[in-house]
Design a protein around this ligand. Sequence first.
Ligand code: PMV
Length: 330
Amino acid sequence: MSDRLKATAIAPSNIAFIKYWGNADSRRNIPFNNSISMNLSAARTRTTIEFDPSFTGDTLIIDGRPITGAARARVSRHLDHIRALAPTDLYARVVSENNFPMGTGIASSAAAFAALSMAGTAALNIDLDERQMTELARLGSGSAARSIPDGYVELKAGGGHTTAFAYTLYAPNYWNLRDIVVIVSREEKPVGSSEGHLAAETSSHFATRLAELPTRLKAVRQAIRNRDIEALGEAIEEDAISLHVVAMTSRPPIYYWAPATIRLIHAVQAWRRDGLPVYFTLDAGPNVHLICEAKHETDVLARLADIDDVLETLVSQPAEGARLTEAHLF
Ligand code: PMV
């Protein structure tokens, strides 16, 4: 052991079954609604942070490339939260790697800020429990709070910094689901989720969405508890569409879908008519996540192989949350 202020953490991305969309307090990413997600085994970020008196600013390297501009400024702002906890004014060198290919359209701020929070606090010997770690991660990106605990996770809207935290609903091995990310576009999305959260309240559908959510949250918790793919699937599709209705009716409107997105939705509906229980969900982008039980993964992948729109697929199973690590491999 050295006394260097250095630590490494790995964190998974997650897919929301009930989406977080809109902030009651955007400065601290305090959501309007609870959200529920599953951690993804195949989309992880590994981050090493070192604080050192010789550094004259924060540096950020992602997948071997030095990053400046808005992305580095956002990381610096999160480092400020961590520095305030120590407290220290030391600058940091942050080196992150993703275990999924660059340019897949999966820009995972969830994995990034979960790993950053865990590695940053460890490097400065700040002792947080899991709940406090989720609150810290949430300050970087709301969905990052859900990448700290294991498996199936709920993020409470809470209303305040110490009441908006995430916790495990069920362990990863409770239900062997698959998330198949279907990449139909590698273009960077024109409107990031931060802008989307800000615009949400301008949609006349936003109030309807919030009013529907308590029932839908209950349905998703119950579907996971009962390992009921049909009930889960209906609720997650409804929720994803509800988010996109809000986005498309925001002022100005945000259209995340590509033509291939709707073609894939139609294909999924046709496969279900054929008896294959597979369901879709969509984040703030054109790519589609397909959710099914492990026993149907091969069948779903075989059908995807016949679709020209599909550029790439990435298959995950439910994963544990963020962890400190010494390893140099994922
Ligand atoms: O954590 P953010 O600010 O990137 O927001 C995530 C937004 C969605 O991915 C669309 C939904 C969610 O709950 O993950």
